[in-house]
Each structure stands twice: as structure tokens, then as C-alpha cells.
Design a protein around this ligand. Structure first.
Ligand SMILES: [Zn+2]
Length: 505
């Protein structure tokens, strides 16, 4: 019997699948579950799974593990895990009065789209993928022994996954992560993340120059430091370091303030500085600003067209930074790497390593600079981190960093290839084996069981982490069939069985 027909028999028609998945998803919407508030949703899932015959365990981080034996004849197949996170980024529309810790998500069906009433994000990232698996496993499909692993606090630095007991992953041959956003994408690689914070004490002296000017780089696009890093947008902090750094050659000036960017993992949209100087240097300052201003369009005219440099005279401040503070900071900002550093080795057109110079600011006593590295392969992180450590040391800054590892998968991953075959068979379409330049839980989980084959997939989810988050409902039936076909395939023909000449990962 052709597979689409067989799955129609086992699972029902498209509308039946959509209704089924929503019957699992909507009860989750009723339980508030922002990151680090997962107890209620974990207890709900525990109850539901127990009533369906799963063996369930919760840990102190509100991670959930549940086991189900294989169907008759497949009890001895290798253990497969389905894994997702239960928490959500609760984006709130300003002024809506929505309280993420108390209010349910109001999900609305609008034709082929599921969205919210606009007050909050939907939380389809990642509970729609989880709901698809939950509903599928109430259907009479053949499968081997299964483990469901639902983690907490993914959206705040993979916290839950980091705390998962390695014993929970023991014996797992394949792990299917449900945190994908694009139907037909089979993700085999993600980036590690490393937050770097540079600090040095701020020392100030009384100003000498009698006139003061504010330089403002503003109106740049910014963006996500992973997904948007290859788009060729400007980094206004880097531009400021160039202007003020070069200006030192021709103009005697003092730096009174410097601030740019808002978070280390966003590309900055603006950077401003106030300098003081003797009136005789004002024409040289104006020329330098006009030069840079005139050059912006030659580099960013198409990719970041709204950005500009404004120069305005302001009231002179009383105190300015000492020369070592000024020069150390400008030199550090010039030396730190920002932008794409390396492309993926086996997956075409995918970024493998990048650095984002995300923030600079000074409070009363300290100058702080923050960067965010994303690296799929540990060695590229080693290179960038070494370069940055040297830059910090030579400019008088202390450097502190922490992070999580990358997931350096490959285009010929055997699980992904098996899933691509299943996808073709059950949907008639080609899947795309790919990598993402952001963090995913498999990077942390594979460190606890390096023998696992892992792929991340999901239905179509748009604008996650925003009040516009929405799901294309017609992507749910093919997603559920992909999961069903994969579970059967893994029980009957485990990819690891012929795993002899697998390349190192
Ligand atoms: Zn997610």
C-alpha cells in the first residue's frame, strides 16, 4: 500500500491531524509557562503521559523524562528519544496589560494560521512540535522503545538541558529534536554561544577643551547576532571606534562618554559619544565626520541604508575620561572581531563561526564591552577567544566569559539521510539537510551521550519570540507523517546498524 494512503488510514486526513495536534497544544496554552516557570506545565504533562501508560520522571529543574515500550514485535529495537523544550519566550505587546506569569496564551485559528490575540507570543516554539509528537503517540503507529525528553528553561541559555542527568540519555541511539521552525529542514548542526564581558575601571579628570560635540551613529538595522550576521549590516560601535581612533592622529580631544548597543547577542543599531576639544580643532572634526558620513553609502547603501552619522554641539560636561581609558577602550573596540568568521565546512552557504561586538557603555566606575561568539566547531571558538583575550590584555581590560558548546554535525549525517528518505516518501517533497547559526539543545545533550545521532525538525513557525508568532497549520500533517515514518524506519532499519565508516564529528 502506498505510504501516504497508509498514513491516512493510521492518522486520518489532514484536518483530523490538525485537530488532533491542537487538542494537545491548546491545553498547554492555558498554563502560563515562561522560562523558569515550568512546574505547572511539567506536572500537567506528567499527568497526561501517566494516564496514557508512559513511565514518567521529573527532575529538580522541571525537566521531564517519559518512557514507552515498543509496539508488539518492535520491543527490542534501539531506543529513540523525542526531545523538545516546554518553556517559551513570552513576548508582550506594550500597553496590553498581559502578565506572562499569570495569563494564558490566547490562541486563535485564522484559516491556515494559528496565532494569538496579539497581546503575547504563541509558544509554538517549541510546544507545537511537542504537541505533534504527543498526539502522534496516541495513534496506532508502529514504533520501537521511545523516550520523551521535555526540558525546561531552554530560552535562557539551555539551562534545563544543561541540568539533564546524563543517565537520562544512556542507551539512546537517535534523538529527534522538535525545535525546528521550517517544515522539511533537517538541522544537523548548531552554534555554540560564548558571552564575553570586558571591564576596566573608569577614571576621569577635569575637562580642558571648551567646546563639546556629540557624534551619533544612528538608524542602523541591527538584528539577531546569529541569523542576521551574514547580511552585511553595519556595526555602529565599530564605526565609532574607527572615527574616534583615527581622529586621535589629527585632533587633540577628550572623550566624555561612549555608549552603543543594547544586548550582546543583537547587532547594535546605534552608538554615540561626546568629546570635548579646543575651538581650533573644530574644522578638523567636522571634516572627519563629513568624510565618514559620505562613505557610509558606499559600503551599506543597499544593506543598511537608513544609518547616518550626526554631529551636534552640546553643553560641555565637567569631567572626561583619562587618556589611558580613552585609548584602551578605542583600541579594544578596534581589535575585537565582528561579523562572519568562518563558513560551514560541509553544509553550503551556512555560517559556522561569527563574533558580534554588541555593547559598550560606562557607568560611574566601570567601562564595559560585551561580545557574543557563535561557533559550531570548538577550534574556531578557540581562535577567536585567543584573539580577544590578547586584545583585552593589551588594552588594560579584564575578560570574563561563559557559554555552551557547538553541535558540529555534517551534511552526510546518517539519521538526517534516513529522515530525508522518509520525508520524500510520505510527502513527495525533498528535505533540506542544513545547519543553523544559533543555539540548540542538541549541542548540550550530545556532550552527555556522544554516540547519539541527532536531527532537529519542526513545523512552519514564523516570527518566534514576538507577538506575531504564528504556525502554518497545513505544515502539521506532513510534519506528523515525517515523525511517524521516522519512528517506524528507526525501529525496522536503524541507521546505526551499518555505521562503519562514519566520519568523525
Ligand atoms: Zn525553541
Amino acid at each position: 500500500m502506498p505510504e501516504p494512503t497508509r498514513y491516512a488510514e493510521l492518522l486520518g486526513d489532514d484536518e483530523t491531524v490538525i485537530q488532533g495536534v491542537l487538542s494537545e497544544f491548546l491545553p498547554l496554552c492555558a498554563i502560563p509557562h515562561p522560562s523558569r516557570r515550568e512546574e505547572a506545565i511539567a506536572r500537567h504533562l506528567e499527568k497526561v503521559l501517566r494516564s496514557r501508560g508512559w513511565t514518567v520522571e521529573l527532575d529538580g529543574a522541571w525537566n521531564l523524562r517519559a518512557d514507552l515500550p515498543g509496539t508488539p514485535g518492535l520491543e527490542n529495537a534501539p531506543l529513540t528519544a523525542i526531545q523538545g523544550h516546554t518553556d517559551m519566550v513570552c513576548a508582550v505587546r506594550r500597553g496590553s496589560g498581559y502578565r506572562p506569569e499569570d495569563d494564558p496564551v490566547a490562541a486563535l485559528r485564522d484559516g491556515d494560521t494559528l496565532r494569538t490575540d496579539g497581546r503575547s507570543s504563541l509558544g509554538a516554539d517549541c510546544n507545537m512540535g511537542n504537541a505533534a509528537a504527543l498526539w502522534l503517540l496516541t495513534r496506532p503507529i508502529p514504533h520501537g522503545p521511545l523516550r520523551l525528553l521535555l526540558t525546561a528553561a531552554e530560552e535562557v541559555g539551555l539551562e534545563g538541558a544543561s541540568r539533564v542527568d546524563p543517565a537520562w540519555l544512556e542507551g539512546v541511539a537517535c534523538l529527534i529534536n522538535t525545535d525546528g521552525f521550517r517544515l522539511g529542514d533537517l538541522v544537523v548542526s548548531s552554534a555554540g554561544g560564548r558571552r564575553e564581558t570586558y571591564t576596566r575601571p573608569l577614571h576621569t579628570v577635569l575637562r580642558q577643551g571648551s567646546r563639546a560635540f556629540r557624534l551619533s551613529f544612528q538608524g542602523f538595522l541591527g538584528g539577531h547576532s546569529g541569523y542576521d550576521i551574514h547580511l552585511g549590516r553595519a556595526n555602529p560601535i565599530k564605526l565609532m571606534a574607527l572615527v574616534l581612533g583615527e581622529l586621535r592622529e589629527t585632533v587633540e580631544y577628550e572623550l566624555a562618554s561612549l555608549a552603543g548597543g543594547h544586548t550582546p547577542n543583537s547587532i547594535p543599531m546605534d552608538c554615540s559619544a561626546v568629546i570635548t576639544l579646543d575651538p581650533r580643532f573644530v574644522p578638523a572634526l567636522a571634516r572627519a565626520a563629513a568624510h565618514v558620513s559620505g562613505q557610509l553609502s558606499s559600503l551599506y547603501g543597499r544593506r543598511d541604508p537608513g544609518g547616518s552619522l550626526e554631529l551636534a554641539e552640546v553643553q560641555p560636561p565637567e569631567r572626561v575620561w583619562t587618556t589611558p581609558c580613552r585609548d584602551g577602550t578605542l583600541d579594544l573596540l578596534s581589535l575585537l572581531y565582528t561579523g562572519v568568521y568562518a563558513m560551514h565546512d560541509t553544509i553550503p552557504d551556512r555560517v559556522s563561526a561569527s563574533s558580534n561586538l554588541g555593547m559598550v557603555y560606562a557607568d560611574g566606575e566601570t567601562i564595559t564591552v560585551r561580545t557574543f561568539l557563535r561557533c559550531t566547531v570548538g577550534f574556531s571558538e578557540e581562535i577567536l577567544a585567543f584573539q580577544h583575550a590578547r586584545a583585552a590584555r593589551s588594552t588594560g581590560f579584564e575578560l570574563a566569559s561563559h557559554g555552551y558548546p557547538g553541535w558540529p554535525g555534517e551534511a552526510d549525517d546518517p539519521l538526517a539521510k534516513a529522515m530525508a528518505r522518509v520525508y520524500r516518501r510520505v510527502t513527495g517533497h525533498r528535505a533540506r539537510i542544513t545547519a543553523i547559526h544559533a543555539g540548540l539543545e542538541p549541542s548540550v545533550l550530545r556532550a552527555k551521550n556522544p554516540a547519539m545521532d541527532i536531527v532537529s525538525t519542526g513545523p512552519d513557525i514564523f516570527d518566534p519570540h514576538s507577538t506575531e508568532e504564528r504556525v502554518r497549520l497545513s505544515s502539521l500533517p506532513p510534519y506528523v507523517r515525517l515523525l511517524a515514518g521516522t519512528l517506524e524506519e528507526l525501529a525496522l532499519r536503524p541507521p546505526g546498524a551499518k555505521k562503519t565508516k562514519r566520519k568523525k564529528v
